[in-house]
Design a protein around this ligand. Structure first.
Ligand SMILES: [Zn+2]
Ligand SMILES: [Zn+2]
Length: 1021
């Protein structure tokens, strides 16, 4: 029987990593346009794109067929398709075996494994690089026949086919003929496939670029690697029939195979492991008992409110079969607690009373009025519980999970490094053979993440115009845009872990990560989610490391044991510090945008801090400096509630919707939705669903509102209000967890600045500022930082009575081992001379040079130049002969303060003794520039000149072309606002120069001082 249809059974998406030029979704769309009823995805050695492929295919009404093209040990290819659940498990295990037995990035599969795990799989003999095709092309017909027999012994009839491809290559015709001969001889039915590498023919150009990247060649040298023509797109039935040498029955047979494949990707029903319980306990009774035991400790007498809420949550958790999940997370937290590892839950989970009682989350959901429906509702999938852990000790927790559940049952989730603006420009440009220095400058000149926006940005820069108008660059721009968000390679997700009762490799393939010894699964967090797997996020949070370390230092230096869990949360002086925007190093409120808003908002409670964290975030709102909430808080605008029903929900945020929970609550109150339905509405907005879907939601909403008796006009308004929020999306429970850390870090900064700065320096990089700025801020708070000293410093920075001793960790090319060697040797007695140091601690020359330059020997030997000279002579005469006395005759002048400062910046990025801008102070004063500390004495509207170190530039996409820079001088930070025309004029200067002079006007408002720039110039022209 000949079907009048064709189904593609061999197609690559961009998850064939640099060997496929469209997203799985685009392949599905191409199939839909061609009226295909089914489509297979067969990426190289991976099931990476399977979740989104299956989802989008189902949405398009196309049957997804899961498959993969595997590479055998002899480098030949084989195409495998999944028939059923068993076959899926086998394919996933085969991919895992290929990935783990080959070297990283070079998977290889032993055919013997296929023989073991062939159940439920359909085998196509492969492309031109298939074993059989390769032998036929070499003219080895008998060997090809033997190989076919081998395949037949593994795959029973109905699950083995000879794959026939034809791409109008000269050799294709004869290969097809040979395959047909073999089919007759062996009885293996032939089937057509087009080895698709892009959906539309026009995408072949992008595919060529990807192939060049993969082989690291330019376009001009790429002929041997590139596909010879543009025939590897998704062809429809008619186009396939036109290919000479492909018999119609081989084309029609694709449909038979498609019909035989019936596998649904869905693991939601059977994946979480049972928790080890005491004898006689069931998960639900045990969970209930744990909560009952802990409630009195948290609440004293248990109110009806607590009781009712607990009952409601437990019933929901039980009904959804999540007791084991909560117990597993509880167990992980208990491990952390037993071992003194600071950790706390974040995200929507923080609204759950059960999570709070189990010690998973730190915020009391009753006291802070947290609504649980966002985390847990009748129709939600599995809720995500995210745990923040002291970064330094996260590894211990991960190891615990591996040990407890076994390597087979726990795996890290991957993340895809994708093409963003900068790497797209660099890599695409390189293939085109454009000059590297131009590409480098272009990459540094863009602030956008997306290549699409970046290309637009480049067009506005005069110095690039000459390039972008030429023909080759037009192509470059087009392809850079097209490559946006393509996966480039795999990396480990910051903390996602799946834990499962089934061996994980049966559900998702595993492969080597770049990090030594780590194995990751081939799906990222969205893929894991789409497939219905449960994960726990174990995230490293450096702020927890900072808090832990600072508390330990307080104990050590002052003998005070701080119980951070029981700090008073209403200390006015802590809120004063925050309100002054004295927040360098304070969690979540240290950015420029935060510092601008804090003096206006003046938070006075944890609730206020939660709102502050939620309102001012990098991204959506950064540009919009005056949020309605702030206007209302400052009584510049009246608080209005669109409907009395909203009043209790939005009272605390002055009538403005700020939190995801509020979206749900509003929809429930106004339209009578259940929490589950309301949450689906929130998700639809979040995922920026199409207009049609939002209109459907609007109708449902209005219907519900009518039922409750809310008039239509107001219901419309309220719906729009919720939609307007879609840009936003912050969980209140999440904001509250972060507010708590914000308060604690501010508390430490206020009462224990020495320990705070020390811990802050020891946990870099974190937060918003470079060490340079932190040291300046410390100095302004009376905490001196002393230079690294061979007789004093440790690896880490360490507090002493009057300040902080900078640690060896900031010395370039020394390393922890070098530092340990110094400290170990010092224990036997301090160093008395440079020469003695060199003898006792055998460091390499680069490390010694760095130590000299930053002044680590200054207290032994003042002249750095002499030491450098002496070090030079070691090469010629050897260490033993090194003579510091003759070094006195060094033919070079002593280093000036200016040189020492520059040298220190080059080695450690800052100088402990002075600020870079001091070098220019005379020159600046001469030009009439003021210092940052003088700004507060200048009237608004006054012209001013100010110079500083350019520490941060922001061009928020929502700021309508405004840009903001932060300058630092020896006395503090200065905010500079650049209007769009000024930014455009000085763009390259502001982006690329470290030291700037700004001429502008002082602007003061609500305690915030800005300089509005009129002109920007380079301090070192
Ligand atoms: Zn192939
Ligand atoms: Zn292929």
């Amino acid at each position: 029987m000949i079907y009048m249809q064709y189904v593609e059974l061999h197609a690559h998406s961009n998850f064939s990593l640099l060997d496929g030029a469209c997203f799985p979704e685009q392949l599905v769309e191409a199939a839909r346009v061609r009226g295909m009823t089914a489509l297979a995805l067969t990426d190289h050695n991976g099931l990476y794109g399977v979740p989104q492929f299956c989802r989008s295919a189902r949405e398009a009404g196309i049957k997804p067929i899961v498959g993969a093209e595997l590479t055998l040990e002899n480098a030949c290819h084989i195409t495998l398709l999944v028939k059923d659940t068993r076959g899926y498990g086998n394919l996933s295990r085969l991919v895992t075996k290929a990935q783990l037995s080959g070297s990283k990035g070079n998977p290889r599969l032993d055919f013997a494994h296929i023989a073991e795990l062939s159940g439920g799989l359909i085998c196509l003999s492969g492309c031109k690089k298939g074993e059989i095709a390769t032998l036929l092309l070499q003219g080895k017909r008998e060997d090809a026949q033997k190989t076919a027999w081998r395949y037949m012994s593994v795959f029973p009839p109905g699950s083995l086919y000879l794959e026939m491809q034809h791409h109008l290559d000269p050799e294709d015709r004869s290969l097809c003929r040979k395959l047909m001969d073999l089919a007759k001889k062996t009885g293996i039915p032939p089937v057509a496939a087009n080895n698709v590498h892009y959906g539309e023919q026009s995408d072949h150009k992008l595919h060529d670029i990807l192939v060049c990247m993969r082989h690291r060649v330019g376009l001009d040298d790429s002929a041997p690697f590139r596909r010879p023509n543009a025939e590897y797109y998704l062809k429809d039935h008619k186009e396939m029939l036109l290919l000479p040498g492909l018999p119609p029955e081989a084309i029609g047979r694709t449909l038979t195979i498609a019909e035989a494949c019936a596998f649904e990707l869905d693991f939601s029903s059977y994946c979480f492991p049972d928790f080890d319980l005491p004898p006689g306990e069931a998960p639900c009774t045990y969970l209930r008992r744990l909560c009952d035991e802990r409630a009195p400790g948290r609440y004293g007498g248990i109110s009806d409110e607590v009781k009712g809420r607990l009952e409601q949550e437990l019933a929901l958790i039980e009904r959804k079969g999540l007791c084991g999940y909560f117990l597993i997370v509880w167990d992980i937290m208990e491990f952390a607690r037993r071992n003194g590892i600071l950790s706390q839950g974040r995200g929507s989970a923080a609204s759950s009373l059960v999570a709070y009682l189990l010690g998973i989350t730190p915020v009391d959901p009753i006291r802070h009025g947290l609504f649980v429906g966002r985390f847990l509702n009748e129709s939600s999938a599995v809720p995500d519980i995210d745990i923040d852990i002291d970064t330094r000790r996260r590894e211990e927790v991960i190891r615990y999970v591996y040990e407890k559940y076994g390597e087979e049952h726990a795996a890290m989730v991957c993340t895809y490094v994708t093409f963003r603006a900068r790497n797209a420009i660099r890599e695409v440009g390189k293939v085109f053979g454009f000059p590297p220095h131009v590409l480098d400058r272009m990459a540094k000149s863009v602030s956008a993440y997306s290549p699409v926006a970046a290309i637009e940005e480049l067009k506005d820069v005069p110095e690039f115009r000459q390039y972008l108008d030429s023909a080759a660059w037009v192509h470059f721009c087009m392809l850079s845009r097209q490559i946006a968000d393509f996966p480039r390679h795999l990396s480990i997700h910051v903390g996602g872990m799946i834990i499962s009762s089934k061996p994980i490799s049966e559900m998702v393939p595993l492969e080597r990560a770049r990090a030594e010894g780590r194995v990751v699964c081939q799906w990222d967090k969205d893929g894991v989610n789409d497939a219905g797997l449960i994960k726990v996020d174990l995230l490293g949070l450096r702020m927890l490391s900072l808090i832990d370390e600072a508390a330990l230092l307080v104990k050590k230096t002052r003998g005070i044991a701080l119980d951070l869990d029981r700090l008073p949360e209403d200390d006015p002086s802590v809120y004063d510090l925050i309100g002054r925007a004295d927040t360098v190093g304070v969690f979540q409120v240290e950015s420029r945008a935060q510092m601008q808003s804090l003096p206006r908002v003046k938070p006075r409670s944890l609730e206020d801090l939660g709102i502050e964290v939620a309102i001012i975030r990098p991204g959506p709102l950064q540009g919009d400096m005056v949020h309605p909430y702030m206007r209302r808080r400052n009584r510049e605008e009246r608080v209005i509630h669109l409907h009395p029903l909203l009043e209790p929900i939005l009272r605390e945020t002055l009538g403005v919707i700020l939190f995801q929970e509020q979206v749900l609550q509003v929809a429930m109150a106004v339209a009578g939705f259940t929490a589950g339905v309301a949450d689906r509405l929130r998700k639809a907005m979040d995922r920026k669903k199409g207009r049609a879907e939002m209109e459907r939601w609007r109708d449902t909403f209005l219907e519900g509102a009518a039922g409750i008796g809310v008039d239509k006009a107001r219901a419309m308004k309220i719906f729009d209000l919720i939609c307007g929020f879609a840009e936003f999306g912050f969980c209140k429970s999440h904001a509250m967890s972060f507010a708590l850390l914000c308060y604690r870090s501010a508390f430490l900064k206020h009462y224990y600045p020495l320990e705070f700065y020390c811990a802050l320096l020891n946990n870099q990089p974190m937060g918003f500022y470079i060490p340079e700025v932190i040291i300046g801020d410390a100095r302004r708070h009376g905490v001196e930082c002393f230079p690294v000293d061979v007789n004093e410093s440790l690896w880490v920075c360490s507090p002493e009575e009057h300040g902080i001793h900078l640690g060896f960790r900031y010395v370039k090319s020394l390393g922890e081992e070098g530092a340990d060697a110094i400290v170990a040797e010092r224990k036997k007695g301090g160093f008395r001379s440079f020469k003695e140091f060199c003898f006792r601690v055998r460091l390499d020359k680069d490390a010694l040079r760095s130590l000299i330059i930053i002044g680590a020997f200054d207290r032994l030997e003042r002249s750095r130049r002499r030491l450098l000279w002496a070090l030079r002579s070691v090469d010629t005469i050897g260490l033993r002969e090194m003579d510091l006395d003759t070094a006195g005759d060094a033919p070079l002048d002593e280093m000036t303060g200016r040189e020492e400062l520059r040298a220190a910046y080059s080695i450690q990025g800052f100088s402990a003794s002075s600020h870079l801008v001091e070098l220019y102070r005379d020159k600046l004063a001469h030009q009439g520039a003021v210092k940052s500390s003088q700004l507060s004495r200048l009237a608004s509207g006054r012209a001013v000149k100010i110079g500083g170190y350019n520490i941060c530039l922001q061009v928020p996409p929502t700021a309508k072309g405004f840009a903001f820079i932060t300058l630092e001088d020896e006395e503090g930070l200065v905010n500079v606002v650049l209007k769009p025309n000024i930014y455009r004029r000085h763009r390259q200067l502001v982006r690329l120069k470290p030291l700037l002079i700004v001429d502008g006007v002082v602007e003061r408002k609500d305690g915030v001082i800005n300089v509005v720039a009129e002109k920007v110039s380079d301090m070192q022209p």
